[in-house]
Ligand binder design. Sequence first.
Ligand SMILES: NC(=O)c1ccc[n+]([C@@H]2O[C@H](COP(=O)([O-])OP(=O)(O)OC[C@H]3O[C@@H](n4cnc5c(N)ncnc54)[C@H](OP(=O)(O)O)[C@@H]3O)[C@@H](O)[C@H]2O)c1
Length: 247
Amino acid sequence: MADRVALVTGASRGIGLAIAQRLVHDGWRVCITARNAEPLAAAAEQLGGPERAITVPGKGDDEAHHADAVARTVTTFGRLDLLVNNTGINPVYGPLLGQDPAAVRKVFDVNFFGTLNMIRQAHGQWLGAHGGAIVNVSSISGLQPAEGLGAYAVSKAALIHLTRQLAIELAPGIRVNAVAPAVVETAFARRLFAGQEEELRKRYPLGRLGTPDDVAGAVAYLASPEAAWVTGQTIVLDGGISQTAHL
Ligand SMILES: NC(=O)c1ccc[n+]([C@@H]2O[C@H](COP(=O)([O-])OP(=O)(O)OC[C@H]3O[C@@H](n4cnc5c(N)ncnc54)[C@H](OP(=O)(O)O)[C@@H]3O)[C@@H](O)[C@H]2O)c1
């Protein structure tokens, strides 16, 4: 995949960083984003420095940031082949109707509208004329309701349908797919597994929680020519847990 260029959002740590690492390993150059500039710069250094990785710090719900991230990717590397919408937040837990409406709106602003606008920018500035691929990072909670995940789960369900809708609207030039992981051991999900790792592992038919590399492998596949006839799909990455009664 030499010369290919990807923009990966939310990639200073966790799943996004693993995706960027896997792409760089496969020969891609990457632009990575996140809010905090320092850890983002450290991640880019880890990825091989400015030859392989550039950074554009900014907020996932800031439309000017989306335009800037795409523009700087294209200006620096001369092209854009893949957009990975990985940024996602889940600031509120509990029943949906008990959640503060402003917090629900914030979840949608980042998880859904942030993704939609990033796609709009990538399409307008490069992909619409040149083709490419998009991968949205959803969640198993977007397919199956999960207690306490309220607004987050509904926003991730919206991403799955956005993926299907845009797959038909943007074909044949642009393939649009998604991944839907269950619990992956990152800072983001700590609240879901901290202190109960052993008990949780036993509930997964494959005997463990997910790793960021599990997700990165699926994204690398969806970005590759191996997936040239795949669009509108959501790959579930869950160690088999959705085949059992309890999520
Ligand atoms: N971990 C799981 O179990 C799991 C399961 C299913 C789906 N997912 C999805 O996977 C994606 C990545 O999650 P993760 O577990 O890797 O999380 P993580 O380890 O917390 O990493 C999140 C990344 O996104 C950035 N970020 C967070 N909030 C942001 C915002 N408002 N605007 C811009 N950037 C922001 C963070 O950097 P800054 O803090 O510096 O901004 C960081 O780089 C999310 O969409 C999440 O919903 C995760």
